[in-house]
Design a protein around this ligand. Structure first.
Ligand SMILES: [Zn+2]
Length: 517
């Protein structure tokens, strides 16, 4: 018995060490104080486990208590991080070509933009007309190009995002066995794993910011960790883009994303889910009204309508009473129609559009603002699907890959139908499923598959996406009074979009981040 307890302690010590090592890995920055606390705590656990008597901590219970306190303190220090210096001073960028985005062609060839100490644009115009002397710092950017910061309307910071969008997708990795999956789901709801997930989100948020994304809308996160992250970034404790948070998606029993979703069955539960989200101070409501690729079990399941029309309607009505936008994961023509008729404000992914769908996008009486917009997320399947990737012994893996191929054609067709029908289209990449730092690639796919000009694609990633997610008063163009969110690029992005891959400077709410940091 005594032996079993001893080995129990040893196992616990190992598990703790493993969890902290993982935490340190995702946290990137390791605080020296956390290391001291951690080593101290672990030393005590070790002493306890291997029955070493410590002179000052003679009682074993005291020893264990001190060890646990130290370890908990270490975890807190790791999670809290250092307050990041984001003090703003007024700054002027002088001499660049400003692509201001009021319209596709708005251009100031030799312009100056001044951002005030409040982080908002104080002046913008030709350098000859703007007095930049009032700014406490002046940056010479002659020969360079300035555009508004990019907006990613469809992001999952909680996911690793390993694959580049040009690479083919292989969803067989998602097909884990039922037992393992359910253990994983349970772990997601534990304190330790949530702390880990938050650290991962913080790392990914930083990555996205440095890649030029100054607004990242979260459309599906475990718990309300995106709200936590939004507030941490807002308080200056973390570096990252402006976050719009949806919290967990709303799904039905067995529906797409149910692993992390708030589950509803029936209109009453639907209203309750929206009220819970509103209480947690979300910015947007996300529903998954049809099946999706990543958890489909048979061919054809992705895109199948799941949520009943009266459930979607209840969610939309309740959200709109609170002024919240509703965005819906939809991957079939029928699903798009159901969601549009219920009055959702955005469609994520999409599929081939009927004339009725196009009409409802343009004029949707039940939507919050009278129209609905589309985020086709072409990036998620842009590279196609790995041939014969699926493990022949796993029917789920085979189904996912087959579904991915079907959905890919739908995304592209839906995007083309939307362009032809004059539907508002915005940029969302489903990053997390793909890399977090390749948001600009979506613009390239807009050009490739829709035939729009590069200038138009830039306009879509800024002006149009801001309007789509409802923050056009704040961001999307370079205009006086708007947030100081902009990118300094070394060459004209209208000639080559890949210049977005390495922005020279990223300015987010007036704080300047150099790409080399
Ligand atoms: Zn997604």
């Amino acid at each position: 018995m005594k032996n079993a307890i001893k080995w129990g302690y040893r196992l616990a010590a190992l598990l703790l060490a493993g969890s902290f090592a993982l935490h340190a890995y995702v946290a990137v920055r390791i605080s020296p104080l956390a290391i001291i606390l951690f080593v101290g705590g672990l030393g005590l656990v070790g002493a306890r486990a291997f029955s070493i008597e410590l002179p000052l901590l003679r009682w074993r219970s005291v020893q264990a208590l001190v060890a646990l306190t130290l370890l908990a303190a270490a975890l807190e220090v790791l999670s809290a991080g250092d307050r990041i210096e984001t003090e703003r001073t007024s700054v002027a960028f002088v001499g660049a070509t400003l692509l201001t985005q009021e319209t596709v062609d708005s251009e100031i060839p030799e312009g100056t933009i001044v951002i005030g100490a409040d982080g908002k644009i104080a002046a913008v115009g030709p350098s000859s007309e703007i007095d930049a002397s009032s700014a406490s710092r002046s940056v010479d950017v002659s020969g360079k190009f300035i555009v508004p910061g990019l907006i990613n309307a469809h992001d999952h910071l909680m996911m690793f995002g390993a694959r580049h969008p040009d690479e083919p997708a292989d969803f067989s990795g998602y097909a884990v066995g039922g037992g393992a999956a359910s253990v994983g789901e349970r772990l997601l709801h534990t304190y330790f794993v949530r702390r880990l997930v938050l650290s991962l989100m913080e790392r990914n948020a930083e990555r996205e910011l440095y890649s030029g994304v100054t607004t990242a809308r979260q459309v599906g996160t475990v718990g309300f960790l995106d709200v936590v992250l939004r507030d941490r970034i807002g308080r200056g404790e973390r570096i990252g883009p402006r976050i719009l948070a949806a919290g967990p998606p709303i799904s039905i029993t067995g529906g797409h994303g149910h692993q992390i979703a708030t589950i509803i069955d029936g209109p009453i539960a639907a209203r309750r889910a929206v009220r819970i989200a509103a209480r947690e101070r979300v910015d947007v409501i996300k529903v998954t009204s049809t099946g999706g690729v990543s958890d489909s079990l048979r061919v054809g399941e992705a895109g199948e309508p799941q949520m009943a029309p009266d459930e979607i309607e209840a969610i939309v009505e309740e959200a709109h009473r609170k002024g919240l936008i509703v965005t819906a994961h939809v991957e079939s023509t029928e699903g798009v129609l159901e969601a549009l008729r219920a009055g959702v404000d955005n469609i994520e992914h999409g599929a081939a559009l009927t004339p009725e769908a196009v009409q409802l996008f343009r004029q949707n009486p039940r939507s919050l603002r009278g129209f609905t917009s589309l985020h086709p997320t072409l990036s998620v399947l842009a590279g196609g699907v790995v041939e014969e990737a699926a493990d022949p012994h796993s029917s789920a893996a085979a189904a996912m890959n087959a579904n991915a191929e079907i959905i890919r054609d739908g995304l592209i067709q839906g995007y083309r139908d939307a362009l032809a029908g004059g539907v508002l289209v915005g940029v969302g990449t489903d990053s997390g499923v793909i890399r977090h730092d390749a948001v600009w690639k979506e613009m390239e796919y807009f050009v490739r598959w829709g035939g729009v000009s590069r200038a138009k694609a830039i306009h879509m990633a800024t002006h149009d996406t801001a309007r789509s997610v409802g923050i056009q008063q704040e961001v999307g163009t370079l205009e006086v009074g708007k947030s100081g969110d902009l990118l300094v690029l070394g060459a004209d992005p209208r000639e080559d979009l890949s210049v977005f891959e390495t922005p020279e400077l990223v300015v987010a709410q007036g704080v300047v981040f150099a790409a080399t940091d």
